[in-house]
Design a protein around this ligand. Structure first.
Ligand SMILES: [Zn+2]
Length: 247
């Protein structure tokens, strides 16, 4: 009986020790993790990180070769709801009905059918007007030559009110109001809905095509959103829909 008692005590002692050592190990590990966490994400480092992030948002990144742009029209990105750049349109698959065009879309369509008041379009960068006319499929249309990252490009604005068209040769500054959208389903838009067809050409050629028939031709145009995705934060127009008085 007594022997058993000692054995039992010894057994109890070792079981307790194991429990204690397990608890001790857990405590040590927790302390180590806590120390690592505080070291990595502690209040000081967190403050530094926030400050650095603010600097990135508020200031220009140190890339001097890229220029920044103003939006060509208010709510530019939000209103590209039907025809994005490069979409292959046929009368059968088109989001527009009836559709009279077939081919790859060379620009983006920015939709304003719900806006009855005048909608201005703006210069996305400094430049000059190189073409301004009325044309089949557009109504009023103009092209402007601007510099993008040190290279000259033509940009196209289609479905413009002819009486508001800028003059060929006219120079302008970034953000300047250049014209107004044409009234939907009238001669001003060649009977198209009220929207801006906005395209960026890869060079300065005099090409107003809204659709092309193959992908290699499409490479003569650039998706305008490329210039507004990463550079958006610094390029917002101060104007908003409803505030048309400013230029
Ligand atoms: Zn279009």
């Amino acid at each position: 009986m007594r022997e058993m008692g000692i054995r039992q005590k010894l057994l109890n002692f070792f079981v307790k020790r194991k429990l204690f050592s397990a608890l001790f190990t857990v405590l040590i590990l927790e302390s180590v993790f806590a120390a690592i966490f505080i070291y990595k994400f502690g209040p000081q480092n967190f403050a530094n990180k926030t400050r650095n992030e603010e600097e990135n948002i508020g200031g220009l990144p140190p890339i001097q070769t890229q220029n920044t742009f103003a939006f060509p029209i208010d709510q530019f990105k939000e209103r590209i709801t039907k025809k994005p750049f490069g979409i292959y349109i046929t009368p059968q698959n088109s989001p527009i009905s009836p559709e009279r065009f077939t081919g790859y879309h060379t620009g983006v369509d920015v939709e304003y059918q719900d806006i009855t008041s005048d909608v201005p379009v703006y210069a996305i960068a400094d430049g000059k007007i190189v073409l301004s006319e009325t044309a089949s499929g557009y109504g009023g249309v103009f092209m402007a030559e601007i510099g993008i990252d040190g290279k000259p490009h033509n940009v196209l604005y289609g479905h413009i009110r002819p009486s508001s068209l800028p003059k060929t040769g006219q120079e302008f500054k970034k953000g300047e109001k250049l014209a107004l959208l044409g009234t939907g389903f009238s001669k001003e838009t060649d009977n198209e809905r009220k929207h801006l067809h906005f395209a960026v050409l890869s060079d300065t050629r005099d090409d107003i095509k809204g659709y092309v028939q193959n992908k290699s031709e499409l490479s003569g145009w650039i998706d305008p959103l490329v210039y507004f995705e990463s550079r958006q934060g610094r390029t917002k127009n101060k104007l908003s829909l409803g505030g048309y008085s400013a230029s």
